[in-house]
Design a protein around this ligand. Structure first.
Ligand SMILES: C[S@@+](CC[C@H](N)C(=O)[O-])C[C@H]1O[C@@H](n2cnc3c(N)ncnc32)[C@H](O)[C@@H]1O
Length: 270
């Protein structure tokens, strides 16, 4: 099904809600207790200014041939697809190629299975946001489908419409099932960006969060950084402090970014 990006505003069918939570899914343990809530969305606003963020990446790695980007706790892939679209739109297919493939992982194997098969559920409003960030190219990156496979039907996820991610975007991402606390020790050290966003409160114990921050610091080398989400400093977690205590330095203008070494030219103006 083609999506009419010209007429579609995202405002006409449901009340506009800026806190999109596409792919909302409650996960219960064997005793039926709520284990975690899986919420994500395209171009999640808590990252701040997505244009500034890709400018930061472009500037940081302007003299680098290969950049390693990871998303730990990626959920269905909304965040990683948002970043890939911004990189493609800003630097073009050739200029952005050094950032791909982006490696995404989550310990929720069912959500990763859905991502590996190229499905991305969305809420009303997200298409308008994708168009805003891509110059109206929703249909170049996604195709709305009404054919919902059984395995997704059984997942009990919340969404307004289902999309297939088109190959030109899907091929830029590799999805794996992995626990972030283990995956973080297997990353390339140098010229690396790790998005570890909006999941720290799921690491229930403070000692686990401290170890995770220390492991991130040990795993990373030159010219590398971690990116947090807003949720990571709430709900009993204080990830910024954990990263700071581990030795990371907060970027003076983009407070969600923590660098291993102050190599970025911070006098750079966006
Ligand atoms: C709120 S979503 C965040 C998704 C995305 N990073 C974002 O910011 O939009 C939280 C995700 O963290 C995942 N998660 C929680 N603990 C994890 C862990 N220890 N390892 C990997 N994934 C984890 C959950 O499965 C869920 O998909």
């Amino acid at each position: 099904m083609e999506f009419n990006s010209l007429n579609y505003t995202g405002l006409n069918t449901k009340q506009y809600n800026p806190n999109f939570t596409a792919c909302s899914r409650d996960v219960y343990d064997a005793l039926g207790r709520l284990y975690h809530r899986n919420d994500t969305s395209m171009f999640r606003v808590d990252l701040g200014d997505w244009d500034k963020f890709v400018d930061y990446i472009g500037n940081k790695f302007k003299n680098t041939d290969k950049v390693n980007i990871y998303t730990l706790a990626s959920s269905a892939g909304d965040e990683v697809y948002s970043l890939a679209i911004k990189l493609l739109e800003k630097y073009g297919e050739k200029g952005a190629s050094k950032y791909f493939p982006i490696i995404a992982s989550d310990y929720d194997s069912r959500i990763i299975n859905m991502a590996q098969k190229g499905y991305l559920p969305m809420y009303e409003g997200e298409a308008a946001l994708i168009n805003k960030h891509s110059g109206g190219k929703f249909n170049e990156y996604f195709e709305v489908t009404e054919k919902i496979p059984d395995f997704i039907g059984k997942m009990d996820i919340d969404y307004d419409f289902m999309t297939r991610v088109k190959p030109k975007l899907k091929e830029k991402i590799q999805f794996h099932t992995a626990d972030a606390t283990e995956h973080c020790r297997k990353v390339q050290p140098d010229n690396t960006i790790i998005l570890a966003r909006n999941f720290w409160p799921y690491l229930k114990d403070e000692s686990v969060r401290i170890k995770f921050a220390n492991d991130l610091y040990k795993s990373l080398g030159k010219n590398s950084a971690i990116v947090l989400g807003q949720f990571d400093d709430t709900a009993g977690a204080f990830a910024s402090k954990n990263l700071y205590d581990a030795g990371f330095v907060c970027h003076p203008e983009i407070y969600t970014i923590f660098e291993k070494n102050k190599i970025t030219d911070w006098t750079y103006r966006y």
